[in-house]
Structure formats: structure tokens, C-alpha cells
Design a protein around this ligand. Structure first.
Ligand SMILES: NC(=O)c1ccc[n+]([C@@H]2O[C@H](COP(=O)([O-])OP(=O)(O)OC[C@H]3O[C@@H](n4cnc5c(N)ncnc54)[C@H](O)[C@@H]3O)[C@@H](O)[C@H]2O)c1
Length: 254
């Protein structure tokens, strides 16, 4: 049990990478609080995980009051926060910068950057009080290099790398470790949405093109990302903080 007696807070926990991570965390002995906007999916996740080991709160991570509420509720229900997986994110639209809507730019930055910052601001004092912990932020390969037609997403995923490095320096004295994971491409709703936006009506062909660009020639599974998050969450990574961890089938090397 690599997370025995640990309490983990997971945003974007109702689906995809967040849900796969919640399942693995529970299997490794953790209690998990799931945060998401999809109420029905949250209820189904808690039922599947077992209500003694998992709980959920419907919240929008961009809302400061909701953030304060979900952090307080996690402490009330499970007593502490040892692991914070700041994972909720949206892809926005696919359009070159001159054609990208300001409204969508603002929303992507709000969810992917402000949401993470609000989470850090609320969680770090609680973690410090509990003697430390591990924070994992979901960035992306798009947080390490440019991506045509995904300007807001790419900017947001670079921004959280800066947040991570700052939080790692600020948190070190309180034994709070902070890292990003940088996935690409992973088989979830998000990559399907991007396939459809890149090639409307030809998403299968787009999928084949993306897979061809991955040295391992396939999409990753959410469970393969969860394995990395588990390592960073557990005490096995006790000397690791302030860095980026690609899980990308070799794409960074290309
Ligand atoms: N799938 C990929 O290829 C890929 C690659 C790199 C990074 N990522 C990142 O992984 C993370 C998880 O995405 P995923 O691939 O599992 O996609 P997903 O869409 O299945 O999961 C994202 C979850 O976040 C939730 N969410 C969105 N906005 C929210 C908000 N404002 N408040 C609370 N919850 C919100 C969604 O409801 C959803 O359950 C995201 O940050 C994404 O940017 C994904």
C-alpha cells in the first residue's frame, strides 16, 4: 500500500486521468475527495470507489469560495490533505491566434491557471499544518513546447510550470513537494475533442496521424499517467520537487 493512511484531493476527478488516478490511489490505501463539475459522474465514481474511501463535491475550480469550501470539506471529512492532484483542465478551441476568441482565451486561462493557483493558495497552509505533502499539477507536453492553434491551452500549461516551480520553492521549508506531470496524447474525452476540432469529420485519420508522431506509436492510457502520479504522490519520490515529468510515449525526444 503505497498511499496507506494518506488523504488525496483530486480536481477533475470525475473522468479521464483524474478518475483513473483516484482508482489507483484508493487501491493503494488512500482516501480521496473528488472535485468536478459533472455531478452524475462524481456520484458514479464515489459509488464505484466505495463511500468509505471516496467522497465528492461538485465545484468549479475557478471559483474562490467554492475552492475554500472544498478544501474545508476535505479536512472535515478525512482530517487532513497529504496529496493534492490539481488536474482539472479544458482544451479550449482550435484556432490560430488571430481567429481565437477572447472569451475562450479567458475561460481556458481561468480553469487551467487560476483554478490551479486558487487550489494551491487554499491547500498549502492545510498541508503545512499536517507536516507536509505532495502536490502534482497536470501540465502537458504543451507546457514544454509550442502547439499551433492551441495558444490559450499552451500558454496555460506553460503558466502552471511557473506556478509549480514557485510553489516548490515556497513549500520546501514546510516539506511540501510540488511537481508537474506533462502528458501527451492520452486516450480521454479531451484528445477526442481535439481530433474532431483539428479534422472535423475525419477524426480517425487525425488519430492515426497523431499516433504516428508518437515514438511509441500509440496514445497513452489514463492508467499509465496515474502510475506516474502515484509515484510523485508517494514517499518513493521524497527527494523530488520542482520539476516537470513527461509521460508522452517519447514525444519530448522527437
Ligand atoms: N488527454 C490528453 O491527451 C492530455 C494531454 C496533456 C494534458 N492533459 C491534461 O490532463 C488533465 C485531465 O484531462 P483529461 O484528459 O482527463 O480530460 P477530461 O476532459 O476527461 O477530464 C477533465 C476533467 O476536468 C473537469 N473540469 C473541467 N473544467 C472544470 C472546472 N472548471 N472545475 C472542475 N472540474 C472541471 C471535467 O469535468 C473533466 O471531468 C487536464 O488538465 C488536461 O489539460 C490531457
Amino acid at each position: 500500500m503505497r498511499l496507506a493512511n494518506k488523504v488525496a484531493l483530486i480536481t477533475g476527478g470525475a473522468a479521464g486521468i483524474g478518475l483513473a488516478t483516484a482508482k489507483l490511489f484508493v487501491a493503494e490505501g488512500a482516501k480521496v475527495m473528488l472535485i468536478d463539475m459533472q455531478e452524475a459522474a462524481l456520484t458514479a465514481a464515489v459509488e464505484a470507489l466505495g463511500s468509505d474511501k471516496a467522497a465528492a463535491i461538485k465545484a468549479d475550480v475557478t471559483d474562490p469560495e467554492a475552492t475554500a469550501r472544498y478544501v474545508a470539506a476535505t479536512v472535515e471529512r478525512f482530517g487532513r490533505i497529504d496529496v493534492f492532484f490539481a488536474n482539472a483542465g479544458i482544451e479550449g478551441e482550435v484556432a490560430a491566434i488571430p481567429d481565437y476568441s477572447l472569451e475562450m482565451y479567458e475561460r481556458v486561462m481561468a480553469v487551467n491557471v487560476r483554478g490551479v493557483w486558487l487550489g494551491l493558495r487554499a491547500v498549502m497552509p492545510v498541508m503545512a499544518q499536517g507536516g507536509g505533502g505532495s502536490i502534482i499539477i497536470t501540465s502537458s507536453l504543451a507546457g514544454l513546447r509550442g502547439t499551433p492553434k492551441l495558444s490559450a491551452y499552451t500558454a496555460s500549461k506553460h503558466a502552471v510550470v511557473g506556478l509549480m516551480k514557485t510553489a516548490a520553492l515556497e513549500g520546501a521549508a514546510q516539506k511540501i513537494r510540488v511537481n508537474t506531470i506533462n502528458p501527451a496524447p492520452i486516450a480521454t474525452r479531451m484528445i477526442e475533442s481535439l481530433e474532431n476540432q483539428w479534422a472535423p469529420g475525419a477524426s480517425e485519420r487525425m488519430k492515426a496521424r497523431i499516433e504516428h508522431a508518437v515514438p511509441l506509436r500509440r496514445y497513452g492510457q489514463p492508467e499509465e499517467v496515474a502510475n506516474l502520479v502515484l509515484f510523485l504522490a508517494s514517499d518513493e519520490s521524497s527527494y523530488i520537487t520542482g520539476n516537470t515529468y513527461p509521460v508522452d510515449g517519447g514525444m519530448c525526444a522527437a
